[in-house]
Design a protein around this ligand. Structure first.
Ligand code: FAD
Length: 390
């Protein structure tokens, strides 16, 4: 008979093919080797030193634009991409953010909506991690409601001239290329902007208490002049950025469970060894109730991610289903981390343990890629047929 595995109580491993397992293990080993030994120090310092080297290594293991095909991308399945996100975020949400923005936002936008020339120019270098990308949608006054964006691209002869400000842009200060969404006379369009373009600057946003090992920046566009062919030709309107976001959110459905897994496993280990009142705290019913509830939500969440991954691979995944997954998994992941923190007692607040770092990272994950409330509204609308956004 099958044995009960405390790390995989539902036997989810049986759903994976040997190739899936190989992808997962490659990413897990890379993170164990390159991220885990340093992450607490990076987090405390509030920086991601060697980000360019990390990006090249992630390129070398095929993790950048993993699910895209051609142009040096790995052509992996949705499930494999998800497993990679989970393993990266089990190390730190900041590393997973770097990979999500590179592959699912910047590269995906160019791959899906770009011209053949744009794809040839940018994708191979981005897949290799030689060029880092960022994705500028959010503005200081327009977050959940990007339709009101003010960044504007006006035509000047054959050129485009971009002016505006983007805020909270992951990878901004280290990017070689920015996909920037801007209003034009014909609706919202995407632009591929080399970050050495005159008039573009990307000051880093400091003093974050979350995603401290991730570069977050402002993008200031002051009459940035671009050639006519800088526009992404294949899409007009918010459908463009929203479909990129749906792709990235899918990775978060998996990734958030990585942060939760690390916190759960840390709490489980701790509960087995830490003794109070003469026995391991894991032997008390109240601690067991916490561990049982955490395990239930963790593995339900991973199962949900698998289900969505299979739908994505079959071409039948709906954006509302991605909202379902993002809403549930990030909300449960943060709850798991907070509960894990209580099991660790005072040690729970220390950077010596990964739990509080994951919990505070997830505060960003809860907000970016559509806040909890936006996904509730997406589902609410899909359930009732009534739009409650405005
Ligand atoms: P707001 O939209 O002002 O929302 C504030 C609160 O009001 C939220 O709780 C929201 O849910 C609620 N709210 C708003 N409207 C409604 C409504 N109709 N009904 C009920 N409640 C409502 N953006 C990018 O473009 N690129 C990036 O790479 C990127 N990286 C990020 C990295 C980090 C670390 C962070 C924190 C953010 C990042 N973002 C990025 C921005 C992120 O996507 C936005 O923060 C997010 O969309 C929310 O926008 P906002 O912060 O302006 O909040």
């Amino acid at each position: 008979a099958a044995v009960f595995d405390p790390h995989d109580p539902l036997g989810i491993e049986d759903l994976l093919s040997p190739e899936d397992i190989a992808v997962r293990d490659t990413v897990r080993r890379w993170a164990a080797d390159r991220v885990l030994p340093h992450i607490a120090q990076w987090y405390e310092a509030g920086e991601l030193p060697g980000v360019r080297e990390l990006a090249r290594e992630l390129g070398a293991i095929g993790a950048l634009g993993m699910q895209l095909s051609g142009y040096g991308c790995a052509g992996a399945s949705a499930v494999q991409y998800g497993l990679a996100c989970l393993e990266l975020e089990a190390a730190d949400s900041g590393i997973r953010s770097l990979v999500s923005v590179q592959g699912s936002l910047a590269m995906y936008a160019i791959h899906r909506f770009g011209s053949e020339e744009q794809k040839q120019q940018w994708l191979p270098a981005m897949a290799a991690g030689e060029t880092i990308g960022c994705f500028g949608l959010t503005e200081p006054d327009h977050g959940s409601d990007p339709a009101g964006m003010r960044t504007y691209a006006k035509r000047d002869g054959g050129d485009w001239v971009l002016t505006g400000r983007k805020m909270w842009i992951t990878n901004g200060s280290v990017a070689g290329v920015a996909v920037v969404w801007a209003r034009t006379d014909d609706g919202i369009r995407g632009f591929v902007v080399p970050t050495d373009s005159p008039g573009l600057s990307a000051p880093e946003i400091r003093h974050k208490w979350s995603l401290r090992a991730s570069v977050t920046s402002e993008l200031v566009l002051d009459e940035v002049r671009l050639p006519a062919d800088a526009v992404l030709p294949e899409v007009t309107g918010l459908r463009g950025p929203l479909s990129c976001l749906s792709h990235a959110r899918y990775g978060i459905v998996w990734g958030s469970m990585g942060a939760a897994r690390t916190s759960f496993e840390t709490a489980l280990d701790y509960a087995r060894t830490r003794e109070q009142f003469g026995k391991p705290i894991g032997g008390f019913q109240l601690t067991q109730a916490k561990l049982a509830d955490m395990a239930v939500e963790l593995h339900k969440g991973i199962l949900l991610a698998h289900h969505l991954g299979r739908r994505m691979d079959a071409g039948s995944l709906r954006p509302e289903q991605v909202s379902f997954g993002k809403l549930n998994n990030v909300r449960e992941a943060i709850e798991i981390c907070r509960t894990a923190r209580t099991i660790l007692g005072a040690n729970g607040i220390s950077l010596e343990y990964p739990v509080m770092r994951h919990a505070t990272n997830l505060e960003s994950v809860l907000t970016y890629e559509g806040t909890v409330e936006m996904h509730q509204l997406v589902l609410g609308k899909a359930l009732t047929g009534l739009d409650a956004f405005r």
